[in-house]
Structures are given as structure tokens and as C-alpha cells.
Design a binder for this molecule. Structure first.
Ligand SMILES: NC(=O)c1ccc[n+]([C@@H]2O[C@H](COP(=O)([O-])OP(=O)(O)OC[C@H]3O[C@@H](n4cnc5c(N)ncnc54)[C@H](O)[C@@H]3O)[C@@H](O)[C@H]2O)c1
Ligand SMILES: [Zn+2]
Length: 272
């Protein structure tokens, strides 16, 4: 299995990296798999009886923005402080070795691929990013960088700092992330990223391509479905790395490992 994965990687002219929350776990980030996973990461929300879907909800920014920013401010700080694990750099080493082109598609909002040095222009963040802000009333499609400093009271999960505001209308801003029941997400940046990704796929349609999927769960299967759709082409092989939900139909490769472990074990098989 690792040998087959390593051969596909050695021969690949194009890499498409598809990633879900599991990609961040080996950097120390939580995934939100089920309420149990979410509440392990955020016990305060268990006490309040709030699920991930209820916390990741734009209504808090309208009704109680300090509470809304408690969740997102905490994550902003966490993602800023996190150092991407070595798996990111193993992929970069393979890209260099093959002189291959690469595009990253991720449902993560944490900006870890940019932080690890992947090219901003070749990243498609399907659910947006925490590192950009928008108006909560969508008075403008404009977005701007999240430079706010957050202080979170961990007992109440409320942001106690002054909150960032929309420069156009003065309303309290929110992260440029697609939330649950969200009608005001500004999708402009993500739409541009998608256009670049679509062009990348057309330009590389005939090349030998490997899709490496890392830590994408089944509860919101956007990333898994995309990997599988791409894998339906003859010149595209998918390697799915996931410790708990690794299943994928042959001839694609299923690796039941954490992201870092799986990438390292593949790397051991790649001849220099
Ligand atoms: N870091 C982030 O940006 C972040 C974190 C949590 C959730 N989210 C959001 O929540 C939604 C959750 O969907 P999801 O499928 O990305 O996450 P998920 O939490 O539903 O699933 C995580 C997946 O990662 C796997 N996993 C656990 N540990 C792993 C490891 N060490 N290596 C590799 N895989 C591992 C799990 O088996 C699971 O399949 C997404 O839409 C995303 O936008 C984002
Ligand atoms: Zn506004």
C-alpha cells in the first residue's frame, strides 16, 4: 500500500492536495468530529449544550457578537500560533523533486497551507478563511485582513476585547467563513480561488495526477466527494489518508493512518 502510493507520487506530474480538519490534528489542532470531538476541544460549549453547528452560526454576530467572536477569536489565535507539521513539507519536497505543479483544495479555514509555504494563488479554501473579515450585514462584498487581537474569557467563551468593525458601515465584522444557515457569506475570494482551480484542472487535464486527500471527514463530505470525482478520470489516482474513515474504492488507495504518519511512511518508500 505505501509502496504503491510512493510509486504514484514518484510518477506524478501534477499534485492536488485535498484536506479536511484531520490535516491539522498532527499540528495540534482539534478536528470537530461529532459532538464528542467538538466538546472535547471546547468543553464550555458542552456545558452550554451548544453543538458545532450552533456555534458556527452567523446569528451570534447579530445577537451577541462578543459570544460569536468567543469561538472565532479563540480559533483565530490558535491558528495564528500553530506551526504546520512536517507532513506539509514532505509534500513540498515531492513537488520539487518531480518539478510538479500543485493545487490545494481545503475545507479548513485555518490558513495552515499558506503558513507552510504553499502558494496563495494555488489554494482553494471552499469554506473561506478565518484570516479575512467581512461585514456581517454584507453591506459590501469587500473583505479585509483579520488583524484584530482577541482576548477570550475561557470560562464564558466570550471575547472581552473591542471587536473589529466593517469600515463601510461600522457594524461589527465577522470572519469570512461559510457558517451554518449562512446567507450573508461573501464568497468573492473563494469564487476567484475556484476559478483558478478550474483553470488549473483544464490546463493539466491530460497529465498524470495524484490526489492526496488528508483528514477529510464524512459528516460534511465536500472534500471527499471532490477527491472521488477527480479520481473518476483515468489519469488521476487518489490516495486517501485518514485514521478512522479511510475507505475508498479500488483502484484508489486507502491508508488508515494519521496525516503525518501516513506521509512519512510513504516518504520512506520513495527512492532518492
Ligand atoms: N482547522 C480548521 O480549519 C477546521 C477545524 C475543524 C472544523 N473545520 C470545519 O468544520 C467542517 C468539518 O469537516 P472536516 O471533514 O474537515 O472535519 P471533521 O472534524 O468532520 O473530520 C475530521 C476527519 O479527520 C480525521 N482525522 C482525525 N485525526 C487525524 C489525523 N491525525 N490525520 C488525518 N486525519 C485525521 C477523522 O477521522 C475525520 O475523518 C469543515 O467544513 C471545516 O470547514 C475546520
Ligand atoms: Zn458593513
Amino acid at each position: 500500500m505505501f509502496k504503491r502510493a510512493s510509486s504514484l507520487i514518484s510518477e506524478a506530474e501534477v499534485f492536488i492536495i485535498t484536506a479536511g480538519a484531520g490535516m491539522g490534528v498532527d499540528s495540534g489542532l482539534p478536528d470537530f468530529r461529532g459532538n464528542k470531538g467538538f466538546w472535547n476541544a471546547y468543553p464550555e460549549y458542552q456545558r452550554l449544550g451548544l453543538s458545532f453547528e450552533e456555534c458556527a452560526n452567523p446569528q451570534h454576530f447579530a445577537h451577541d457578537p462578543h459570544f460569536g467572536w468567543g469561538f472565532y477569536g479563540h480559533r483565530t489565535k490558535l491558528y495564528r500560533e500553530t506551526i504546520p507539521h512536517d507532513g506539509f513539507h514532505l509534500i513540498q519536497k515531492w513537488l520539487e523533486k518531480n518539478n510538479a505543479d500543485c493545487f490545494v483544495v481545503t475545507s479548513n479555514v485555518d490558513g495552515q497551507f499558506q503558513k507552510a509555504g504553499f502558494a496563495e494563488d494555488n489554494i482553494y479554501e471552499v469554506h473561506g478563511t478565518i484570516h479575512w473579515l467581512q461585514c456581517q450585514q454584507a453591506c459590501t462584498p469587500d473583505i479585509w485582513e483579520n488583524k484584530a487581537a482577541f482576548v477570550i474569557d475561557s470560562g464564558t467563551m466570550r471575547a472581552v476585547n473591542e471587536l473589529p468593525r466593517c469600515p463601510h458601515c461600522g457594524t461589527i465584522a465577522r470572519p469570512n467563513i461559510l457558517m451554518f444557515g449562512d446567507w450573508s457569506w461573501s464568497s468573492r475570494r473563494t469564487n476567484f480561488q475556484k476559478q483558478r482551480f478550474d483553470r488549473f484542472r483544464v490546463d493539466n487535464a491530460r497529465k498524470k495526477t495524484v490526489v492526496i486527500e488528508l483528514g477529510a471527514g464524512t459528516s460534511i463530505p465536500t472534500i471527499r466527494m471532490l477527491s472521488e470525482r477527480m479520481g473518476s478520470r483515468k489519469n488521476v489516482s487518489v490516495i486517501r489518508i485518514n485514521p478512522r474513515e479511510p475507505e475508498i474504492n479500488a483502484p484508489h488507495i486507502s491508508i488508515a493512518c494519521g496525516a503525518l504518519d501516513g506521509l512519512q511512511r510513504i516518504d520512506c518508500q520513495i527512492t532518492t
